[in-house]
Design a protein. Structure first.
Length: 202
C-alpha cells in the first residue's frame, strides 16, 4: 500500500507539471540531447531541434523557440518553425560552414514565420521569428555538432543509398547557386579634424 501511495503522489506531481505553463529547465537538461532531439539554452531564450515529418514532403527538422523566465522555459508560448525538405540542404550548408548565412522566410499560414541562421566566430546564431515576436539563441560548437548530425540524418532519410561523401559534394555544389544578400558595408573610419594652424595660447 505504501508503494501505491508513493506512485500515486508521483503521478499527481507529474500531472501538475504537465498542466503548468512553465517547464523547468533542470528537468529537460537531463535529456537535452538524444537521437531525435537537441535542446540549446541561451541567456534569454531556448531552442529545441527535433526530427519531424512534413505532411507533404517527408522527413525534415523543426525548431521550437521560446523565452526563458529565470531558470525555466516558456515552451507553451513557443514559435514552431518547420524547415521544408528542400530547405534542409541549405540549412546543412550553413551549419557545416559551406555558406556563411541564410534566411528562411514566408512560413506558416500567414507567411509571417522566418528562421535566420548566421555563422559567427564562436557560434551559429539562430533567430526564429513570427511577425514581431522573435527569439535569438547562439548555438556553440558542441551543440552545433549534434544539431548538424540531426539535419544530416534527415537528409540521409530523404536520399537513401547516398553516402556522406556524395552528399557533401552535392551540398557544396548547390551552395554555389544560392543567392546571398550583399555584404554589409564596413563602417567608415572616423575622421579627426586637425586643429587650426596659427598661434595658440598655452
Amino acid at each position: 500500500m505504501g508503494h501505491d501511495r508513493e506512485d500515486w503522489r508521483q503521478m499527481e506531481a507529474e500531472a501538475l507539471q504537465l498542466q503548468s505553463n512553465v517547464v523547468p529547465m533542470q528537468t529537460e537538461k537531463r535529456n537535452r540531447i538524444d537521437s531525435r532531439k537537441v535542446q540549446v539554452f541561451g541567456s534569454s531564450a531556448a531552442l529545441c531541434f527535433e526530427e519531424t515529418t512534413s505532411r507533404r514532403d517527408g522527413p525534415t527538422v523543426s525548431v521550437d523557440a521560446a523565452a526563458k523566465q529565470g531558470e525555466s522555459v516558456l515552451w507553451k508560448e513557443k514559435i514552431i518553425f518547420q524547415f521544408t525538405v528542400d530547405e534542409l540542404p541549405v540549412l546543412a550548408a550553413v551549419l557545416l560552414g559551406v555558406l556563411p548565412e541564410f534566411e528562411f522566410k514566408f512560413h506558416g499560414e500567414k507567411k509571417a514565420k522566418s528562421a535566420g541562421v548566421y555563422r559567427r566566430d564562436n557560434a551559429v546564431l539562430f533567430k526564429v521569428s513570427d511577425g514581431s515576436k522573435s527569439f535569438t539563441v547562439p548555438v556553440p560548437p558542441g551543440s552545433l555538432f549534434h544539431v548538424s548530425s540531426l539535419v544530416m540524418a534527415q537528409l540521409a532519410a530523404n536520399a537513401p543509398g547516398i553516402d556522406g561523401v556524395v552528399m557533401m559534394a552535392q551540398i557544396r555544389s548547390l551552395s554555389s547557386m544560392v543567392k546571398l544578400p550583399p555584404p554589409r558595408p564596413a563602417a567608415a573610419p572616423e575622421r579627426h579634424q586637425r586643429p587650426p594652424s596659427g598661434p595658440r595660447d598655452f
